[in-house]
Design a protein. Structure first.
Length: 159
C-alpha cells in the first residue's frame, strides 16, 4: 500500500487558510474546514516563534533525511518533493501509519540540527492512502510537476 505523506513548516499554513486545512477534532471523518479569515488571524496570534521556511540547501538536507528514513524503516520511497514551506512524500511498504509522520519529521529535524538549523514542523500532517497504481502515478505527477518551480525532488527510477 502506497501513501502520500504531507507536512508543513511551522507557521506557513494556518487553520482556515485559503489553501485548505482540516479540523483536528474531526480529522479522519472528513473535517475539511472552509476558508476563514478569523481562524487565520487567530492562528497568527497563537504562533510562538517565527515562520520556518527552507532554502534550497535545507530542502536537499530534508530530502536526504526522507531517503534515510525509508532505508532504515524498510519503506520504498517512490517520490518526494521538499518545498520551502512543505514536504510531500509518496512511500510504499508502511505497515503502521501512526508513526510515519513522527519518523519523517524526526529524521528531518536531526539532519537540519546537524547543519545548525533549528526548524520546527507544524503539528500533525496528512497521511493519505493511494489505492492503486493509477492513483500513485497521478499523485507523483502532482507533487513533482504541479508544485511550481521544483526544489529538492526525488522520483524512483521505475515510475
Amino acid at each position: 500500500m502506497a501513501y502520500l505523506i504531507t507536512f508543513h513548516c511551522y507557521g506557513t499554513r494556518l487553520r482556515g487558510d485559503e489553501e485548505g486545512s482540516v479540523d483536528r477534532t474531526r480529522g479522519a471523518r472528513g473535517g475539511q474546514l472552509a476558508p476563514s479569515a478569523e481562524l487565520v488571524e487567530y492562528g497568527g496570534r497563537a504562533v510562538t516563534h517565527a515562520e520556518a521556511r527552507l532554502d534550497f540547501g535545507q530542502a536537499c538536507t530534508v530530502l536526504a533525511a526522507m531517503r534515510e528514513t525509508c532505508g532504515f524503516r524498510g519503506w520504498t520511497l517512490l517520490a518526494a518533493h521538499v518545498r520551502s514551506t512543505h514536504v510531500h512524500v509518496v512511500v510504499d511498504g508502511i505497515t503502521a501509519t501512526s508513526a510515519v509522520l513522527r519518523d519523517f519529521k524526526a529524521y528531518a529535524s536531526r539532519a537540519l540540527n546537524r547543519d545548525g538549523v533549528r526548524r520546527r514542523w507544524s503539528r500533525g500532517g496528512n497521511v493519505r492512502l493511494l489505492r492503486d497504481a493509477r492513483a500513485v502515478r497521478e499523485t507523483v505527477h502532482y507533487i513533482v510537476e504541479r508544485q511550481g518551480t521544483p526544489m529538492a525532488v526525488y522520483v524512483a527510477a521505475d515510475l
